[in-house]
Design a protein around this ligand. Structure first.
Ligand code: NDP
Length: 785
């Protein structure tokens, strides 16, 4: 090429990164990598081959983790954990810092290894993956140091099983390992089959940093190795990132085991461009959004929604930009897109587009691509129907699908028209409009005039079928600790003997307590009722609710959507008013509790007084459970906003029939949720009679719904209901596992008691409840011209 030609077309030349040292490192390890267990490399019986997707050449043999390898790793992690806690926060912090420093020292080797193993452009592994992974260890070295100050009353969970995908191999490892060990846990991590190399280099760094043996264990392998981890009885927590399908399976497998679980799953995130957006920036944003890592990104803005008035102009510019995207050798620093991770993934992408591309106008630039290796061109499919397969399915490749919208409301409807809820990107020069949209989009992260911003100081995670739990930031630390409380096995409350029920024929008054749905007392669909007996005999009848009643209650709760938008001040006033009205009728409640449960008047008084105080607490919290502004390294702010989860189903404890009910309803409504409550199984009449207080306290219809009936039947309908976002269970039936299993399909967030007691008087309120009543949304708002 002549100098004149270069000036004419302004094309960049190639700038290849040398992979010699990385290949040498592999060779020095005999091109074979073993599990890292108990501080040393442990031989395996079988191996699989890992290849470079850019040229399909063999890279190394990787050990396949068997059940006994996983057992060995877990045993080592258990042994190490006590000492890892005992060495204290400062010593742990120093170890994390040592890892960060060593990663920095080897950062170029990490970057090249990541690129040859995964196929992502070196520009990305060098400038995004590796620096962010290092940043995670720095941030969490600090989090370990401050644990005693910031997380008083919390303790580590124990041994954490961590299963990660292939799209950001080292970064996902850092996301998982850094917070876990910072908080005093030990880990057994499985990298993805396609991409284990950087985890192996990381293991060598752990040896160099003298990390105590057993604190970090890495078992490589296939999906089966992952399931040995997920199923392991002595693992206390599972953190998984990957497909929704496997996430659902893990939810189901871990149900009832008492393991805590966080799932970071797939997405189909909207990328919304308004007519007043800075179009050139929005187009560059798209390049970083859907063509980063060849679109193999869970939060990729894969659904482009463009304001109709600018759509044609926008698509013309976008196609022009796509023609200039370079696809090729990932080691070339001038390349925009590298290789797809594996032949299998490439054929999944190709098949999806081949079979469904006709659903819209499909554009692929005539990009030159290497003849060897697994490459796919950037693709844009416009004029899509919102319900089209490609608008709904996660493709996990460089395919952007698009449709248009006319009004902000239509944009919100389209954005939410997905089973996923991971991220969203909004482009407009009108910050008022952008901020108005933010709370209306059901997802965990929103980027305003920006995209794919990540940092260790900010939380990340989704809603709906994108999973639950947050990683990163202070919210991410909470996923690796639990409240330090003594719990004991739960005992069912006393059921009193049936006595003969005699209707008073002279003075007949039907005392049957109805259900409370949509702000009204309603008869149960079944037409049946159940008698409740106290120590002195028959007390009342309560309605026998069934699945139809649950569905009606969920529908009523859905209609009360404005409660989620009500101001903290309004919610506080209503909660204060509830407390005031309960106070006025406190003697009646004391008598009812005594006659129903048989406890002393003194204890019943204490229960009512605590209930009033608890309502005051949540009235106080309603306008004080603030979010945060995270300290991320951008010119801008990252807000962590506490949002209501939506419609929550909750099963009250058997004990403390009033206080248990209040302790659940209080935080749920203070946080803006609407709820369907199943009261104490043996003493439901106490909570049902609370409807009189609800009616006199201005609680909007549908915010609180109360359904009595057979717990087993009601739980099934609630857990399987796709419009219920979360379930809380504090009952005495052994239903925690059942709820977790039944809610696996819809991937609901659950909070269950695992058949353990709680001291409702002294430990029944506060932030633990409010955190379980909210989802954190991280909102990235860059500023400056
Ligand atoms: P998977 O969900 O299958 O894999 C993620 C991790 O889980 C890997 O380490 C995998 O092991 C492991 N795994 C697989 N099966 C099981 C199991 N039964 N129990 C426990 N662990 C298991 O994702 P894939 O890599 O197969 O990708 C498939 C699709 O998933 C992609 O096309 C994409 O749509 C989505 N995906 C989403 C990601 C996200 O970040 N949200 C990331 C990656 C993929 P192994 O690698 O050995 O199979």
């Amino acid at each position: 090429m002549t100098l004149n030609e270069i000036f004419d077309n302004m094309d960049w030349g190639t700038a290849p990164e040398n992979d010699k040292l990385a290949l040498l490192w592999i060779k020095e390890n005999n091109s074979t990598f073993e599990h890292f267990i108990d501080g040393k490399f442990t031989k395996s019986k079988t191996y699989f081959k890992t290849k470079n997707p850019a040229n399909n050449q063999f890279l190394a043999n990787i050990a396949v983790g068997s059940k006994s390898d996983v057992n060995l790793a877990v045993a080592s992690a258990i042994k190490a954990q006590k000492k890892w806690v005992q060495i204290g926060c400062h010593r742990r912090s120093r170890y994390l810092y040592a890892i960060a420093r060593l990663m920095q020292k080897h950062s170029r080797l990490f970057a090249v290894l990541e690129t040859i193993d995964n196929g992502k452009p070196i520009r990305e592994s060098r400038d995004i993956d590796i620096p962010l992974a290092i940043r995670h260890f720095y941030y969490h070295a600090g989090a370990a140091q401050l644990m005693e100050t910031n997380l008083q009353g919390y303790e580590p969970i124990g041994v954490c099983g961590q299963i990660i995908p292939w799209n950001f191999p080292l970064l996902m490892l850092a996301w998982k390992i850094a917070p876990a060990i910072a908080m005093g846990n030990t880990v057994v991590l499985k990298p993805a089959e396609y991409t284990s190399l950087t985890a192996m280099l990381f293991a060598q760094i752990c040896i160099e940093a003298n990390i105590p043996k057993g604190v970090i264990n890495i078992v490589t392998g296939e999906g089966s190795t992952g399931s040995f981890i997920a199923e392991h009885k002595q693992i206390n927590k599972i953190a998984f990132t990957g497909s929704t399908e496997v996430g659902r399976k893990i939810r189901s497998e871990t149900a009832g085991t008492g393991k805590s679980l966080t799932l970071e799953l797939g997405g189909k995130s909207p990328y919304i461009v308004f007519d007043d957006a800075d179009i050139d920036s929005a187009i560059e944003g798209l390049v970083d959004s859907i063509w980063l890592n060849q679109g193999q990104v869970c939060c990729a803005g894969s659904r482009l929604l463009v304001h109709e008035t600018i759509s044609e102009q926008f698509y013309v510019k976008l196609r022009k930009r796509m023609k200039r995207l370079r696809v090729g050798n990932p080691l070339d620093k001038s390349i925009d897109m590298g290789a797809i991770v594996d032949r299998k993934q490439l054929s999944t992408i190709s098949k999806l587009v081949k079979e469904n591309g006709h659903e819209g106008d499909c554009f692929q630039p005539n990009t030159s691509m290497p003849s060897k290796g697994f490459y796919y061109p950037p693709t844009l499919i416009t004029k899509m129907e919102p319900s089209a397969d490609l608008m709904q399915k996660e493709i996990f490749g460089p395919i952007l699908v698009s449709t248009t919208f006319r009004t902000p409301n239509e944009a919100i409807e389209l954005a939410n028209n997905t089973k996923y809820g991971l991220a969203a990107s909004i482009w407009t020069e009108n910050i008022n409009l952008a901020l108005d949209l933010v709370p209306k989009i059901h997802c965990g992260v929103v980027w305003i005039n920006s995209v794919n911003q990540f940092d260790a100081a900010a939380g990340f995670g989704g809603r709906k079928e994108s999973g639950f739990g947050r990683e990163g930031g202070s919210e991410g630390l909470l996923a690796y600790v639990r409240p330090r409380v003594q719990t004991l096995p739960l005992k069912a409350q006393k059921r009193f003997k049936k006595t003969k029920y005699k209707a008073d024929s002279k003075n007949y008054l039907d005392k049957t307590l109805k259900l409370y749905v949509g702000g009204k007392q309603v008869r149960p669909d079944s037409g049946y009722s159940t008698p409740i007996y106290g120590p002195k005999g028959f007390i009342t009848h309560v309605a026998d609710g069934n699945r139809k009643d649950i569905r009606n209650a969920v529908e009523a709760a859905h209609k009360a959507i404005t409660w989620g938008k009500a101001s903290g001040h309004l919610k506080a006033q209503i909660l204060f008013y509830l407390a005031e009205n309960l106070d006025t009728r406190s003697s009646e409640f004391v008598e009812n509790i005594v006659s129903t449960t048989g406890i002393s008047k003194e204890l019943a008084k204490k229960e009512v007084e605590t209930s009033i105080s608890r309502l005051f607490s949540y009235a106080a919290w309603a306008d004080k459970f603030d979010g945060l502004v995270h300290n991320v390294p951008i010119r801008g702010v990252t807000l962590a906003m506490n949002e209501p989860i939506g419609v929550v189903g909750a099963i009250c404890p058997e004990e403390h029939p009033l206080l248990g009910f209040i302790s659940i309803v209080g935080p749920l409504i203070a946080a803006g949720n609407r709820c369907v409550i199943i009261p104490s199984a043996p003493y439901p009449n106490i909570a049902v009679s609370f409807y009189q207080i609800l009616e006199t306290s201005d609680v909007p219809a549908g915010v609180i719904n109360i359904i009595t009936g057979d717990e087993g039947d009601l739980i099934k309908t609630l857990s399987e209901h796709h419009d219920v976002a979360s379930i809380w269970y504090f009952g005495a039936g052994k239903n925690s596992g059942k709820i977790e299993k039944l809610s696996a399909h819809s991937l609901k967030r659950t909070w269950v008691n695992n058949h353990k007691t709680r001291d409702w008087i002294n430990n029944g309120e506060g932030k633990e409840f409010l955190r379980n009543a909210t989802d954190v949304k991280n909102i990235w708002i860059p500023y400056g011209e």
